[in-house]
Ligand binder design. Structure first.
Ligand code: GLN
Length: 599
């Protein structure tokens, strides 16, 4: 096993996760099998209890692990399936050491950061690196380890010490350190400044780690004299200094690395040059270029608790993007704060109310993502009602599905007091209830989590067709509440159809309105398994419906219609609207938005 460690310097939010994923991708393109580990030096055991509005979304894995969103980048870029152990946190390491201490495994010794915590970190890395993640047997060739945070942070010190020891333990030729740093340009003089990088490399060395490669984020390519200076002061060969300048979309990042021969530098350090092939990344390149050329918009209203951090819904955005590219449309997200759609806002803040309704009414499709808590729920309910009554394509995910069911109960079944037990534990008509296994007192890891199977109940429904007429599908879950099975017959008599259920037939997984162009709700989170070039079925359905391509898509058969290897879509592009320009969300220029990746 060879290891590539990616550290970050100067400031956070440099796009270290995207850089590490891109490194993994070019190594994979060289014919190597790649796995990855993300280290988060915070004390939480996992990301499950962390607010997505502060920290970005909680990514869910097949095994039910609730992890950092960077693991989503790895899964998407490398098309792999990681395990909860691929995300190491300080909490997990300390917990394992304290458990050992309580068992008496340390035989009376004083338990200390060095060597006990540092040993536990190294053992964890070596164990997890061996887990196969690409569906094949045997371990990968290379493990990319991303150390979260910035060099100099107090909390990452035990990890840096452990990794320093680890680099000696695995030996020369088995360990490559890539340091991602910032080369700022001072506006007054327009000069690329190397000092912050020099300082951060010095910090790294003082803690026992020596960088082999520097990946410098900057707005433009590094000047030759800047590369020479960095090489001299940081003791890194010039050919090992790569510039990651701003690009039009993040799919260009692996191409930047490849064009600057980053793979050759890494392979040389790892003594793999003789076994690795030349990366072509043909399909990847055509998709990145296609993405830049798209101009016909598809407008999707995202109705949620938007607080300015788009990373809160990162995988949903990615899944929408994958589907839009497959349909040859430029994705435009209109963020609609759900509480702005509520009647109360009409009185308290009429401008916000009108603006929110204008966005909703201007959208080609409506998406209500997952969520917790009752803030803005009424707004989501009216958005679902609007989409149902006006035959606008609608997709509800998890909470989005539950609110669609509540809306139907209130408007169609006439049960005005219908609600979810999450928002009203004494609801007269509890159409969404707490699952028997759910806990309201312990928040960490107590939901129905991870991959579960959904069986299609009928073949003649949109969701079954979009999933390629399979009899079942495995998707990832993260919820505590579910549709009340005792009310299902009443719902179905009124015309709504539960087209997907779990193996017991008691748990509703997919809901559809048969006489609507596209009204689908799912209890699971299909966004976590969407990949560039392999868009998630129901997102593809939403986008296709929103731009008038759904019939063609269903007629052609979904597998044929999804993106071909040359990046072209089999779905015929259909002229749309007046070529209106993308508005408030597009692929963005810098690939980081200050809190991880953007698009
Ligand atoms: N709050 C809802 C539940 O726990 C929905 C969860 C979600 O959207 N992820 O069931």
């Amino acid at each position: 096993m060879k290891y590539v460690l990616v550290t970050g310097g100067v400031v956070s939010g440099l796009g270290k996760g995207v850089t590490a994923s891109s490194i993994g991708l070019i190594l994979k393109a060289c014919g190597l099998r790649v796995t990855s580990i993300k280290i988060d030096p915070y004390l939480n055991t996992d990301a499950g209890t962390m607010s997505p509005f502060e920290h970005g979304e909680v990514f869910v894995l097949d095994d039910g692990g609730e992890v950092d969103l960077d693991l989503g980048n790895y899964e998407r870029f490398l098309d792999i399936k990681l395990t909860r152990d691929n995300n190491i946190t300080t909490g997990k390491i300390y917990q394992s050491v304290i458990d050992k201490e309580r068992r008496g495994d340390y035989l009376g010794k004083t338990v200390q950061v060095v060597p006990h915590i540092t040993d536990a970190i190294q053992e964890w890395i070596e164990r997890v690196a061996m887990i196969p993640v690409d569906g094949k047997e045997g371990s990968a060739d290379v493990c990319v380890i991303e150390l979260g945070g910035t060099i100099g942070d107090i909390e990452s010190m035990p990890f840096i010490e452990a990794l320093g020891q680890f680099s000696c333990r695995v030996g020369d030729g088995n360990f490559c350190l890539i340091h991602v740093s910032l080369v700022p340009v001072l506006n007054v003089v327009g000069e690329q400044k190397t000092k912050p990088t020099q300082h951060s490399v010095r910090g790294l060395r003082s803690q026992g780690l020596t960088p082999n490669i520097l990946a410098c984020r900057s707005t433009t390519e590094l000047d030759e004299n800047v590369v020479t200076k960095l090489s001299q002061f940081c003791h890194v060969p010039e050919q090992n200094i790569i510039t990651l300048y701003d690009v039009s979309n993040i799919w260009h990042v692996p191409l930047l690395l490849k064009n600057q021969k980053a793979h050759e530098a890494i392979l040389k350090v790892l003594k793999l040059s003789s076994v690795a092939g030349i990366p072509t990344l043909k399909e990847w390149t055509s998709r990145a270029e296609l993405c830049d050329r798209l101009h016909e918009p598809v407008r999707i209203a995202m109705v949620g608790k938007y607080t300015g951090l788009s990373d809160s819904y990162l995988s949903v955005l990615k899944a929408l993007l994958h589907a839009s590219v497959a349909c040859h449309r430029k994705l435009c997200i209109d963020w609609v704060l759900s509480s702005d759609l509520e009647d109360e806002t009409a009185i308290e803040n009429p401008d916000a109310y009108q603006a929110a309704w204008k966005l909703l009414k201007g959208a080609d499709g409506v998406l209500v993502p997952g969520g917790f808590g009752d803030r803005g729920v009424q707004g989501k309910i009216v958005a679902a009602k609007y989409a149902r009554e006006n035959r606008i394509p609608f997709f509800g995910i998890c909470l989005g599905m539950q609110i669609a069911v509540i809306e139907f109960a209130r408007s169609v079944l006439g049960l005005q007091d219908a609600n979810s037990a999450e928002f009203d534990p004494d609801a007269r008509y509890p159409c969404v209830i707490l699952m028997p296994e759910g806990s309201k007192t312990h928040m960490g890891g107590t939901m129905r989590l991870g991959s579960r199977r959904t069986f299609f109940q009928v073949s003649d429904c949109i969701s079954a067709k979009l999933y390629g007429n399979k009899s079942f599908v495995d998707e990832r879950h993260r919820h505590r509440y579910e549709v009340n099975p005792n009310m299902v017959a009443q719902f179905e008599d009124a015309g709504i159809s539960f087209t997907g259920k779990d193996e017991s037939g008691q748990r509703m997984e997919i809901v559809e309105l048969p006489n609507h162009p596209y009204f689908v709700g799912v209890q699971f989170h299909p966004e976590f398994k969407s990949r560039p070039g392999k868009p998630s079925a129901l997102f593809l359905g939403l986008i296709a419906a929103a731009c008038g391509q759904l019939d063609t898509l269903l007629k052609k058969g979904v597998t044929k219609a999804s993106v071909r290897s040359n990046g072209t879509s089999a779905i015929k592009s259909h002229q749309y609207g007046n070529g209106e320009k993308a508005a408030n969300w597009s692929l963005g220029v810098p690939y980081s938005n200050g809190n991880g990746v953007h698009c």
